[in-house]
Ligand binder design. Sequence first.
Ligand code: IVH
Length: 670
Amino acid sequence: MRAELRRHEHLYYVLDAPEISDTAYDALMNELKQLEAAHPELLTPDSPTQRVGGKPAEGFRKVAHSRPMLSLDNVYSAEELAAWEARCRELAGPLPVEYMAELKMDGLSVALRFEPTTDGGSKLTTGITRGDGQTGEDVTSNIRTIRSVPLTIPAEKLKAASLPPAFEVRGEAVMPEAAFLRLNEERESEGLAPAVNPRNAAAGTLRTLEPSIVANRRLDFYAYFLLVEGEYWPQGQRTTLDTLAALGFRVNAHRKLVASVDEMTRFIDAAEAARSTLGYEIDGVVFKVDAHSTQQRLGYTGRAPRWAIAYKFTAKSGITQVNAITVQVGRTGKLTPVAELTPVFIGGTTVSRATLHNADFIERLGLKLGDTVKVERGGDVIPKVVEVIEDAEHPRGAFYFTFPTECPECHSAVVRAEGEVDFRCVNADCPAKLRESLLHFASRGVMNIEGLGEAVVQQLLERGLVHSVADLYSLKKEDLIALDRFAEKSTDALLEEIELSKKAGLARVLMGLGIRFVGERTAELLAEEFGSIDALRAATAEELERVEEVGPRISQAICEFFAQPANQALIETLIADGVEMTAEKKQRSTQLAGMMFVLTGTLPTLTRDEAKARIEAAGGKTASSVSKKTSYVVAGEEAGSKLDKARELKLPVLDEAGLLALLAGAPATQ
Ligand code: IVH
């Protein structure tokens, strides 16, 4: 079953070509989970059920690289590239030189160590960040959560590739665009500053101490090097990539063997054209001499191989004028200034607006109305104003922009809270807030009411048909059919969507209510913990803070939300409308409640941290020294004085299988 599940994981996560539906996959996975629960002695850390690994308690261990992880030299133009290629040919001798063209993915490089298993296959043992190139950090439990990294490789595949069972794979860990956007939405709704770019977000994620958070972020890994005994695999780069793919790794499909600068330029053009549709960021193209013997001849400079080069894309930018600055009001009342630009064509699209973030950002730019600015569109879609152009050809604008002291929509006062950069409209009934709240409530990922977009919401507001999100549930057929571009069919479809949304569940409703700092993840954790809106709204700050990731700031925001009579009334109306506000409560495991464990020695499959995490998840505690209070000592290989002490005190001693059995609910056998 594990092999079957691994095959489906590979089809789904690496090849993007699933053979079975998600439901069928989940069913298989559940069956395996049940089997493992019934036979805990058979559970191993490389099982597909174990992707959400253990918990490294303290920091990350430093690990020396088997061979330095070097960097790449960069070129920025076709001329520089041609010069590099000519030099390669010159140094390579009489043979023709071929190059492997690859995409330069914008993530961070990591090294994955695989070691032999007893059945002649290989398993992932260590995942290491690049660090300073000589020494990196052991982030194995986080790497395990990346679905496109195979945790084991069967003997037959190694044999087919003529590869020994101990080897190292190097490649790029990246955060896909979709995961990045989701992360930032979440951060924003939780009042946190957004991550700057997917690379930083990926780096931060890999250094997170909680693997379940990492699992949730959906990183990806693209393999590009294979090393055996600290040496590049001698078969050349093209075969290396093909072999990695055959072993089950994700290898970027955009790759090509090229033999001239002409072909290289064509590959670069194709990469630039595909760039916006890849779903992950790239910042250039890498060319690597294919033949290993030629690579060796070319050798290395201090920081980079001479046999490889990065051709970097330059950020696409345009010069244009700021004609006006408008201010948008968001659902929380936050005011965001936006530069209205003379339309300019940048990298394939026309840009006429760019966000200016907040008042401080405008001040830092020194921006005046009428200024000429440089606008950049990087790998990301949202254009940004990066600088004001100050030269003789571009006269400066005349006036500084004064940030409005009143809301542009309802003219109420705006305030900036102590320590915050944003101004907010104080009016709870601001029509802009209502409009944005409705759009947020209906959006995908929240109540998911398809068809309730901007145009419809605007009309509903103008006709006075809705005054709060609850009013959506009292809309009648005759209300909708009277709207512009609404006919019988579209009316029925929207009513049906609204009806369906009643079943979205507590977490979605919590997100929909727009409680400050409560984003997707927090909403889910709260829903799991409390199970119903009644339990949640009765909770004290202290009880709220028992939920993972909820600190005083979030608990206070939740309490303040429920303290407002208007919010309570809204919830009552939603309940009366039939909106379900329950969730499946997470069963807190109490199996090992009151028990104290001491771990000693090396366990056969679980790391110390994983064992500790499992004990704690089941309600048990762990201690570092044996005493009369110890319930069990879990001993592995090379257990030392702690085991002696346990024997002396006649305490029960378990091996790993015994611990797993106990966790699975079986009575302990020593
Ligand atoms: S080869 C010793 N191939 O770019 C050779 N690197 O600027 C170094 N990168 O540190 C790695 N895609 O993080 C290589 N196809 C690719 C790559 C790639 C992205 C990153 C990698 C490296 C950085 C150098």
